[in-house]
Design a protein. Structure first.
Length: 544
């Protein structure tokens, strides 16, 4: 039985690229290229025939003229021995600001703490426990720490050099039970996720990415990827895991990294938000205080209903971490909800519109996760003009456009794309809610400028035609801005007229929350029991 391909880029990479070549720095450049380092064990190392790691193939997804890929993973190492043998110090000594370090350990951390052959085990968990030993392998005294201690050391020293740590959970072993593949060796993937949460780090759940892929393939097909044992993959298996790792990297939605991609890298779709998480900052219910938390674009509790958000940068600016002081209203929205009763998942992406959120591959991963009784808030319009946007209006008109890569796309109207979203959401027995775009900081005669046509009106028109709940967010916010006056509203914007500060985002989020509670039907059933108390005066910020 032949293993089916994960996606076309896998076949392209195997047939057209050949042996992997790691990118090397250009000796003629005064400044080194940015680098992506890999710290890990044999499941990431280049390895030998029949036991290849995913790091062997990572370089092929990046342009060597823009970034170096340094695979420092070493077979047989644990988080402990990677540190004690000096492998980590060697890696860390070469780090520069904004380099990336992918850190993945665990397969060997469950071994013996002290034996003559390996002595590589770490203490279980993330705590500060230690044990003093006379190492039977090295003949030297040693204080052994927990898995979390060694990982934190690598994280801390990465950050001290201005580089960016990304934690990666384990690859998956070829061990099955009743048609389900083992999801992680021990609890190391779980601990890695917990560490990412506590340390506010980017996290790629490679364990889940690979396990889900293997279960789609089936046990017999996956067996072909493990020629030597149940842990180490063939070269094709390593490439498959590398491709999944790349999906996770792209799923982190760090736009700067996209400029490093090769042709093969640009062919890969980003992973569903369920497989990754990124850190951010939000304020607590006390507007004067701030707390760090992981605002992940994923469901945190699988068995809860979910409120999904899709839109542009006015819903989620950057990664939602307050870049340049800018926040979208989706960032503080969840503060208005009891997260023990509902997931609030912000999948909006800056620079997208109703058209490009679909064509860019950002919608499909959300759609695939929708469950019956979920609610999806849809807000576009700011980026739906010009070449990157949809056609104006709500009709059936189309236009053929030649894209920058030479491909041809049939472009539809703004309203047509909203109809597609709504139909697909309903097909999953979930509920769409259309929101108008938020107003810009543009005034005339002492009031925020309104318009009787354009994207605000088209959003309302589609909602009415399709019988979809509609929130006129533009008017709700504009009315409050009118009461506040230009000077007070200026303070709500992090730039001249489009992107809000956290306080502005909080005001906008309360308009959303307040209007959601006034809707009826399935939305009311989902929202009413999970919404915290709020004030009708959004400027007061009560509840947010």
């Amino acid at each position: 039985m032949k293993v089916q391909r994960l996606q076309p880029v896998l076949l392209i990479a195997l047939l057209s690229i050949g042996n992997v070549v790691h990118a090397q720095p250009d000796a003629t450049n005064a400044e080194p290229l940015p680098a992506i380092y890999i710290a890990g064990d044999s499941t990431a190392a280049d390895g030998a025939e029949g036991a290849r790691g995913w790091g062997r193939h990572l370089a092929r997804f990046f342009d060597p003229a823009t970034v170096r890929v340094e695979n420092r993973a070493r077979g047989g190492r644990s988080s402990r021995t990677f540190v004690t043998e000096g492998l980590w110090d060697d890696l860390a000594s070469g780090l520069h600001a904004n380099d990336i370090v992918l850190i993945q350990f665990g397969h060997n951390d469950g071994g013996a703490i002290n034996d003559p052959e390996r002595a590589r085990g770490s203490l279980p968990g993330l705590g500060d426990e230690t044990v003093a030993i006379d190492n039977l392998k090295t003949g030297q005294p040693e204080t052994v720490h927990s898995f979390g201690w060694y990982m934190r050391k690598m994280i801390r020293e990465t950050q001290e050099r201005g580089a960016i740590p990304v934690l990666v959970s384990l690859t998956v072993r070829n061990i099955w039970n009743d048609g389900r593949v083992e999801r992680g060796s021990g609890r190391y993937s779980e601990w890695t996720r917990e560490l990412a949460l506590s340390e506010q780090l980017a996290f790629i759940d490679l364990t889940r990415l690979v396990a889900d892929d293997y279960e789609r393939l089936g046990e017999a097909a996956v067996a072909e990827l493990f020629p030597r044992d149940h842990t180490h993959t063939s070269d094709e298996g390593a490439l498959r895991n590398a491709t999944l790792l790349m999906q996770g990297l792209l799923g982190l939605r760090e736009e700067r990294w996209r400029s490093w991609l090769s042709t093969a890298g640009r062919s890969i779709a980003h992973a569903s938000p369920a497989y990754v998480s990124m850190p951010t900052v939000r304020r607590g219910t006390d507007a004067a205080s701030e707390q760090r938390f992981l605002n992940t674009p994923q469901k945190l509790v699988e068995d809860l209903p979910t409120l999904w958000l899709i839109g542009d940068s006015t819903v989620r600016t950057g990664r939602g971490r307050g870049e340049n002081g800018q926040f979208g209203w989706g960032d503080p929205l969840q503060i208005g909800f009891d997260l023990n009763r509902i997931n609030v998942v912000n999948c909006a992406l800056g620079g997208t519109g109703a058209r490009t959120f679909r064509t860019g591959g950002y919608w499909q991963p959300v759609l695939e996760q929708l469950e019956p009784n979920d609610v999806v808030l849809i807000q576009f319009g700011h980026n739906d003009n010009g070449e990157r946007g949809a056609l104006p209006g709500t009709g059936p008109e189309t236009e053929s456009r030649t894209l920058a890569d030479g491909a041809t796309e049939i472009v539809e109207t703004f309203g047509s794309y909203l109809r597609h979203f709504a139909a697909e959401i309903r097909a999953r027995n979930a509920t769409p809610v259309i929101l108008s775009l938020i107003p810009r900081n543009i005034w005339k005669d002492g009031r925020i400028v309104r318009s009787n046509d354009g994207h605000q009106a088209w959003a309302r028109q589609i909602a009415e035609q399709e019988g979809i709940a509609f929130i006129d967010l533009y008017e709700c916010i504009a009315a409050r801005y009118d009461k506040m006056g230009p000077d007070a509203v200026d303070a709500m914007f992090a730039d001249e007229r489009v992107h809000t500060t956290y306080d502005g985002a909080r005001l906008n989020a309360e308009c959303v929350s307040m209007n959601l509670t006034r809707l009826s039907g399935p939305v009311a059933q989902l929202i009413s029991s999970a919404t915290r108390p709020h004030s009708d005066d959004a400027t007061a910020g009560a509840g947010l």
